[in-house]
Design a protein around this ligand. Structure first.
Ligand code: 6CS
Length: 312
């Protein structure tokens, strides 16, 4: 039989490389086939999630940036400066985190989803049309964020006018100046040519991009134990593969961007310049707890413990 797996990026992007490894592992170790659906083949992120919940797809990669409406606690990934921006320290966090591996699966299960893994996709940078070194520079800047209430809060706290949009609308909206900024990891800035429609790349250090892979839960629960193990093993191999694949990827992507757009401006905020952005984080954290109550608070506390254990 054929299992369908949709994701939010192109085949050659990070989610695509993960998915291709997963497919390779499943097909090498079983008679199952995996059919991959990259971005643009089945709709936006929200569409593929609906299809996975309905059981039309067996697997889906949806980033927490789009899962906030469904699972408010997933917005914890948008408390600024919670995750270290650099990816190096995140492998152990995602491998061992109790919040990720024990608490989140129960929340995804309530939505008919078997959470299989979460992994980092790289340091998030802002790309804008004007220079940004202070929150005041974001005043009047319509800044695109993923469709997630807490990200809206973050960018409000950063001084911008947050504009939630699905991915498919971002390039055009920048081109026509409906928005003037967006945030994403560098591989994505490069592969989607964000450098053609924005002129400044700013390293603020406020986040690393997290994504999540899940299965339709009824499908997964209906599998024999050996098949569930086959899937878990393929996920583990793909997880290690994607971390390795990303070593140096941000640096290489930045080089490619500079080659394609020699006059691009790259600004790395100093520790001092980051301070006002860091101060905004407390407000966002309070909002997160307001939105998610005890359940969110417990996840946030556990995440902090897990991060400390992984990064000390
Ligand atoms: O910003 C977004 O919407 C997209 N960013 C990444 C890195 N992957 C998929 C997502 O749709």
């Amino acid at each position: 039989d054929t299992w369908k797996y949709a994701f939010e990026e192109a085949m050659t992007d990070v989610q695509g490389v993960f998915a291709q490894k997963f497919k390779e592992e499943i097909e090498a170790n079983s008679d199952h086939q995996i059919q991959l659906f990259p971005f643009g083949t089945l709709g936006e992120s929200a569409d593929i999630m609906e299809q996975a919940q309905a059981g039309i797809l067996q697997f889906v990669d949806q980033s927490p940036g789009f899962t906030g409406a469904l699972i408010p606690e997933a917005q914890v990934f948008f408390v600024p400066y919670l995750l270290p921006a650099e990816s190096e320290k995140l492998g152990d966090f995602f491998r061992n985190s109790k919040a990720i591996n024990e608490m989140f699966p129960a929340l995804y299960a309530e939505q008919g989803l078997e959470l299989l893994t979460m992994f980092p996709e790289g340091e998030v940078v802002m790309t804008t049309k004007e220079k940004v070194t202070t929150p005041a520079d974001l005043d009047e800047v319509k800044f695109r964020v993923m469709t997630n209430p807490l990200l809206v809060e973050s960018y409000q706290a950063f001084g911008a006018t947050p504009t939630p949009l699905p991915w498919g609308e971002v390039f055009g909206a920048l081109q026509t100046n409906i928005i003037q900024g967006q945030e994403n990891p560098l591989f994505w800035v490069e592969s989607t040519k964000m450098y053609e429609v924005t002129d400044y790349i700013t390293f603020t250090g406020h986040n690393n991009f997290t994504t999540a892979v899940m299965a339709n839960k009824a499908f997964f629960d209906g599998l024999a134990e050996e098949e569930q193990q086959l899937i878990r093993d393929a996920i583990d191999v793909s997880f290690e593969h994607i971390l390795e694949y990303q070593e140096g990827l941000s640096e290489r992507s930045l080089e490619k961007i500079k080659e394609a757009r020699p006059d691009i401006n790259v600004v790395v905020l100093t520790e001092e310049q980051r301070q006002p952005f860091k101060e905004a984080a407390a407000e966002v954290e309070a909002k997160f707890i307001e939105m998610t109550g005890e359940s969110g608070k417990a996840i946030l506390e556990q995440m902090k413990k897990d991060l400390q254990a992984a990064t000390q």
